[in-house]
Design a protein around this ligand. Structure first.
Ligand SMILES: Nc1nc2c(ncn2[C@@H]2O[C@H](COP(=O)(O)OP(=O)(O)OP(=O)(O)O)[C@@H](O)[C@H]2O)c(=O)[nH]1
Ligand SMILES: [Mg+2]
Length: 255
């Protein structure tokens, strides 16, 4: 039922209540006249708190109609969305900042390499992800583990079209993160980015090269091929990650 209809229904209900109250008032007046009771000369105690009980009762009906009206028609603020703290890692140039910026509705143009870390609150319909991106340059990677504490999930971004050497470095970093005591029990989202490039490896090649199936056995992870041009795939994978984060008693194996 639309808000307008509910309003109409409640106003009509209120009108009926008032009409009924008026009818009863007249009836009791007639009864009193019949008993020859003069209102003005009545000896009833005007200080008696129960004297106006009927009025209070009637007001109560009217007040509850108003409460009903308020509850049905005045929409309060939506319940707060749960927030999760995530860490986002991957080699320099993998596309971490670009993807996160696009998810926040910002332009990925003029993105510069992250020195140190940056935090973005990425809003989704059912949750807010506070993502801490750690810069992927050689001289920053050795400090990554200092920033893992408090994370509830991990996003690992890789460049699917990178050189063999870079891919091997990326593989080592992913292995080290998956085995780190502060991350090893958390859900992982692995984004195989740069899929728009002709040299990009397929998701099967990446799964094999990164030895994901034996390495991540017993862990909860999602491997998603994507590119900056295909944000729907990125959003879908984040929705799956939120599902994993929401699981109170996660299944031990998710392959
Ligand atoms: N073709 C293509 N280019 C991309 C893609 N994703 C990111 N890029 C480009 O890759 C470059 C590096 O992207 P960043 O987002 O800065 O990478 P990063 O992972 O944040 O790098 P660091 O902050 O240095 O760790 C930018 O010029 C992006 O435009 C993609 O899917 N396809
Ligand atoms: Mg960056």
């Amino acid at each position: 039922m639309s808000d307008l209809r509910i309003t109409e229904a409640l106003l009509y209900m209120d009108y009926l209540l008032r009409k009924e109250r008026f009818r009863r008032g007249r009836w009791s007046e007639q009864k009193e006249v019949g008993k020859q009771v003069n209102r003005e000369e009545s000896t009833e105690d005007k200080t008696d708190p129960l004297r106006n009980r009927n009025t209070i009762f009637k007001m109560g009906i009217s007040a509850s109609a108003c409460d009903c009206f308020r509850a049905l028609c005045c929409k309060g603020p939506p319940p707060p969305r749960p927030e999760y703290d995530l860490v986002c890692i991957g080699l320099s140039g993998a596309g971490k900042t670009s993807l996160l910026s696009k998810l926040c509705g910002e332009s990925p143009e003029n993105v510069v390499s992250t020195t140190g870390f940056s935090i973005k609150a990425v809003p989704f319909q059912n949750a807010i992800l506070n993502v801490k991106e750690l810069g992927g340059a050689d001289n920053i990677r050795k400090y990554w583990s200092r920033y893992y504490q408090g994370s509830q999930g991990v996003i690992f971004v890789l460049d699917s079209a990178s050189s063999e050497e870079e891919l091997e470095t990326s593989r080592k970093e992913l292995h080290s993160a998956l085995q780190h005591p502060q991350l090893c029990t958390l859900p992982f989202l692995i984004l195989a980015n740069h899929q728009d490039k002709p040299a990009a490896r397929s998701v099967q090649e990446i799964k094999k090269y990164f030895e994901l199936e034996p390495l991540a056995r017993g862990k909860r992870w999602i491997l998603q091929p994507c590119s900056l041009d295909n944000m729907n795939a990125v959003k879908d994978s984040f929705a799956q990650l939120i599902n994993l984060l929401e699981e109170k008693d996660p299944e031990p194996v998710r392959m």
